[in-house]
Structures are given as C-alpha cells and as structure tokens.
Design a protein around this ligand. Sequence first.
Ligand SMILES: C[S@@+](CC[C@H](N)C(=O)[O-])C[C@H]1O[C@@H](n2cnc3c(N)ncnc32)[C@H](O)[C@@H]1O
Length: 744
Amino acid sequence: MRSKPGWRKKSTKKNRDAEAEKKGYKELEKTNAAFEAYYKTNGQAQSIVPEEEWNTFLEFLRAELPTTFRVTGTRRTANELNQAIRSRYIPLLTNIVIDDKPVEAPTNIPWYPEGLGWQLLSGKMAIKRSKEFKGFHRFLVAETEVGNISRQEAVSMIPPLLLGVEPHHLVLDMCAAPGSKTAQLVEALHANDEPGQIPSGLVIANDADSRRSYMLVHQMRRLQSPCLVVTNHEAQHFPNIQFDLGLAPGDRSKLQFDRVLCDVPCSGDGTMRKNAPIWTSWHMGNALGLHTTQVSILMRGCQLLQVGGRIVYSTCSMNPIENEAVIAEVLRRYKGAVELVDASAMLPELKRRPGLHSWKVGSKDGRLFESYDDVPEADRKFIRKSNFAPENVAEMHLEHCLRIYPHLQNTGAFFVAVLEKKAAITAVDRAKAGVELDDEEAASETDQQQLEVTATTSDSSMTDAQMETVKRALSPATVEEPDTKRLRGDAASDDATTPADSDAGKPEKKAKTGGYNNPDGPFTLLPGDNASVQEICDFYGFSEAFPRDQLLVRSESDQNGKTMYFISSTVKKLLQADDISRFKLVHTGVRAFVRNEGSNEKAFRYRIQADGLSVLAPFLSAARKVNAQLEDLRIIVQKQNPMIEDLTTHTKERLDSMQPGCSILEFDPAPYPDLDMFETIRVPVWRARVSVNLLLNKQEKRSLGFRIGVDTTAAETAAAAAVSSNDNSEAATPAPETQAPSAQ
Ligand SMILES: C[S@@+](CC[C@H](N)C(=O)[O-])C[C@H]1O[C@@H](n2cnc3c(N)ncnc32)[C@H](O)[C@@H]1O
C-alpha cells in the first residue's frame, strides 16, 4: 500500500502532468488490458462483480477518490471536535453554489460509528473556488497537524473497527506502518479513559521496514499513549516473549494477544483511484509473489493469538490470490482451529460483497488456470497449489469475507476477513491449556511453522533526507522542541533554553549489548526512588497516586535522564521480561519530562513536555498550576515571550509567586460557549524571570490559536527572526520542524 498525499499536496493539472511524465505514464491512460481480462465478468476469469456492474465499477475506479477523515482522540475529546465541525463549519458549507452548481457539504461516512468519520464529496475544486471550503481546509490542516483529525482512506478504517479492541486487550499490529490503523487501535484502547486512568492493555505496532517504523513512531506521537510499543521484525518471524502478567505467582506465560491485525503487504490494486501508476504497472506476478508471505504472516498471527482471540486479515487488493486463497490456505493448515467469523452484523451500513468460492489463477503472461493440475511444470516456480481454492472450500465459509468495491459507496477497493481462534494450534497454546507437552514440544521455542518466503515488499516511500529528518525529530533530545529559545528581556540570565541537539545528524548507532535490541540505544527503566524523579515529583507536587516507577530513559549511562518517558504498567512488565532483548524495540513511552541543560540555578531543570501532559495532569497538585483566562491564552499564543506583567491580574500574581521553571496554564472554556470547547485546556509554559513562553511547537500553537480565535502567523515570523539573528548561540538552536508524513 502506498502512502497517501497529505492535505497540503497541491494536485494541479500541471503538477499531475509533470508527475505523470516523470513516472512515464499519462494520467488519462487508466486502462490495463491484463487487469481487465483477469477481473472482468466474461465467464473467463474472476467475475468479481456482476457483468451489468462492470462498467460502473470501472468508472468509479478511474474517478477521483473523495477526501475522507476521522476525528480522533478519546471519545470525549473527539466528540468535542466533532461538535465544532457540525455547529461551526457545516452550516457555512451548506448551500454553496459554484458556477451555478450546488456543492455538497461534508457528510458523515454512514457506516463509521458515532458520526466521527467524514467525507468530502465535493472534490478539490470546491477548496480552490470557495472561501468557506478554503477555511474548512485550513481548519483540517491545523487539526491534522496536532493529531485531532486523521486523514485516512475510508476503506482503510474498516479492519480496526472489525477487530473490536477493548481497553484491556493485548493487541498486535503485525504490519503497522505508516500507522493509520495503529492509531485507531490505540484510540480504541483509550476510548473510555477517565482522568488518571491508564488502560491495562497495550498495542505492539510492528513493521519489517525500519524506515517505516520510524514514520509510524512519528505519527503515533500525537496520540500520547503510554501503552504503545513499536517493534521492527518480519511479522512471520515475530518472536515469542515470556511475559509475566503477574496474574499468579510464577506465571510466566508466553506473550499472546487478544487481538491481532494482519494488514499485509499487497499488490494494492484496490488503491488505483489514488495511485494511478498501478494502472500501468499491474500484472499477475505481483499477487503471485506476495501470496506466500501473506500466508506466513497470517499463520504467525494465528499462532500469537490467544485461543478465543480475534484476528483481522486485510489487503487493499482485489486479487483472490492475495485474499481468499490466503485465508483458505491458513484455514486448511489449522484444520478447524481457526474459523471465519460472520461479520454481516458488524458495521451494518457498510455495503459489501461476499468472499469468492472459486477463482482462476493467472500466469505472468496472462494464461488462466482452473486448477493446479493444469499448471505446466515450468510455471510451478511461480504458481503454487495454495493459490487455488482447496477441495473443501465449501466448508470454509469464504462468503464471510468482505469485499468492498469502489462503486458500492464511492471508496477504494478492500478485502477484509475476520477470524477467531477456536482451539490450540501451538505448543504455547497447549501449555497454556494445561496439556502436558512432550520433550520435543516443550523444547520448541518458536513453534513457528516455517513457510518458504518468496517475497516481501517494503514499499518504503521515504527518501533518505526525509528519513533523517524524522529520525532527528524523534531523537530523545529533540522531538519538535517548543520555542524555549528567546525569552524577551531575560534571555541572557534565565535558562529556558533548549540545548543544541547533540545527537542530530550522527550516524545510526549499532545495537548495544545488554540493553534492548534497539539501534538508538537501550531503554532503561528508572527506579521509583530515583533522585531526579523525586525532585520532579516534589517540584510539581505530584500526588502519591502518580506511578513514579513507570519512567524510562533512552540511555544506559545517564540514570538522571535528559528525557524521561512515561509508560503504562503493562508496558513496564513487558520491558522487564527476561527475554525482551529478542525484541527489536524501536520506541515506547510518552515524553514526560525534559531536562534543560542551562546554567541558571534558580530555574528548576525539568520541564513537563506537552506530549505527556494529558497523562500527567490528573496527578498534578496546584503547586505549578495557574488558572488562566482566555485573554492570557490569547496573549501567550500570539506573542513571542510576553511579559508576565501583561497578563491578567490573577495569572500575573500566580506566576509572580512561583520560582522560575515550567508551569501549567489551565483554561476552563465553560464560560465561552462560542468556542465549542468542552474540555479544560492545559499547556506548559516556561516561567522565566519577567516573561513567559509557551512550550508548544509551531503546529500545536497554530492549532490552539485556531481554537481560541488567534492568528499565530505574526508570532511565527517573530520566532523565526529571533532564531536567525542568534544563529550561533546555543539558545537559538532552531526547533526541528518535521513534515508529518501523510497518513494512509
Ligand atoms: C499495507 S502496508 C500497512 C499499512 C498500515 N497497516 C496502515 O494502515 O497504515 C504493509 C506494511 O507491511 C510492511 N511489511 C512488508 N513485509 C513485511 C513483513 N514481512 N513483516 C512485517 N511487515 C512487513 C511494509 O513495510 C508496509 O509498511
């Protein structure tokens, strides 16, 4: 699956033509004889849609894909933003007419739960020609940048919804990057969060491609979940880990999951509406080359699933070789221990077609075979028995699979299958069920039924330069530092500066021994009585309920940790597993505290990071909190380092009474119904000697400004000017601005 264009990508005819020419295809040539011969309803091949629908199917496949997005976050925050869309924007976007033609306002995706999925059927022309749509587009960009909105293709939202994740579930996303579905899984885990509550479940997001794993971390940062772990394995070789959940003394069961998502690499012909080059590059070889890997990944997923657990398999391909044939092969191998689930009652408004019971297999040169017996010896290198429907296909209920086609509800094409594990299939399952294992079984560590792996795709869409930017941005020292650079009037004496990023640009470190198998260094858990942690808790007045033993640093040597990450208790247990070094761990934890490396001894060194604030806030006492007014927020968002004396009286008095260092401004929007905000806003600020500075990055400031009706452009310009006039000083090190990779 390819990455999607972001909100900002300009799709002018000129740009498209240039792109088309560069890639050697003409945009309008959306035909492919081999594709049509293979899929068309002519009695010869798959008959994926009834004959009378073929032309409509093709018409939709060639048309521009509507823009779709989800409102994200916990149920409460998502509903708040959704309400703002409904009350503020939809009325403005209703009854717009361009060139005497009515333009459709955004509408809810009918099958998406709670009205949180949206579609813009009006096309890009409306954004270009209508100031109301342009304004809405700006709002979407701002909210996407801070992660409140996720642009995602509608069909790609389906698999996580069918997985049915609950807060206590252990979830594995086997092929996760760039992470749009992982985001849904993490959101589902946190859907019912109450303040101070951290779900007992976790999500492990894995991808075989390390570049894409980093891209995933970047996307996930917006969700601020202490329950997420990112790993970098070939999914079919995902390791077994002894994971002590502490349920009973001595319980050291192998890690198994309640839910597994298997969104495998695929040929992607369901994405032709947004990836026009597939029209010319399509051939049978793509699907044939991926089938074996897809089977291996799904099998490993089934092995790692608890008995009674659910696994969802999905592709953005229409090809039965990558879909029904994969499902049938896994069902055949597991002989009733894994079953397809009838999903017809799930997402009832989603239009779908049943999975196929019969299909033909094509050779690379377009010959079609009814059965494996017909395949000449020379072709058997590419065409396998498992590409065909097995003899007992009728018993498998492949009709329970979901096929989504573009013309059913104006989307991309997609395939989804929901499966449940009904009985033991591995030695781990049998041991968990209390079955005594023979010696050979007990010795079997991995219990992986190996399949020959013929191909994997990494579909890496990041350039080296982009990768470097993302990696630098993710380095513990630097993740999108807020503007703590220029403190008006007291920059020289107050230390609210962000140190230069000492690691930026360094070549990738090799995996260290002794730590977790991570190229960027080990993850070291801090003991709850760590001196710096104690200092932090005292300074900010953390309550006793704050789990101070759930912090880690990304360094073997620096126990004081420049950056401390907060993790959930379940992630902590996982990290304490004896054999965790088997995991190629890329990332975990929410940035909670960052140490300022300055000389000013009056200022407390550790600031609270905006990333961690939503998790930390319920544990904070009043010691460093300030009840701010809307006016204060507006001043702080609009100005670079405003003077404390310019703020409202109460805020000024509170800040004056505090020692320099980080403080938290809290704003209750209840008295301002026009703002469409229902939740308290909390932002970290640096209280310097005579001024304050908002500790948010540019995008976060923009989004906040947008919500409280303030344009941040002037502040951004002032910040840029301040930085460039101090290019050589440590204090002036510019915040790394990373371009968020586009979501899928
Ligand atoms: C269809 S994309 C996943 C999209 C992702 N689930 C999302 O919704 O954003 C497939 C992913 O599988 C990864 N991949 C390819 N071969 C793999 C393997 N053997 N094991 C794990 N991941 C693999 C690719 O790097 C790619 O990121």
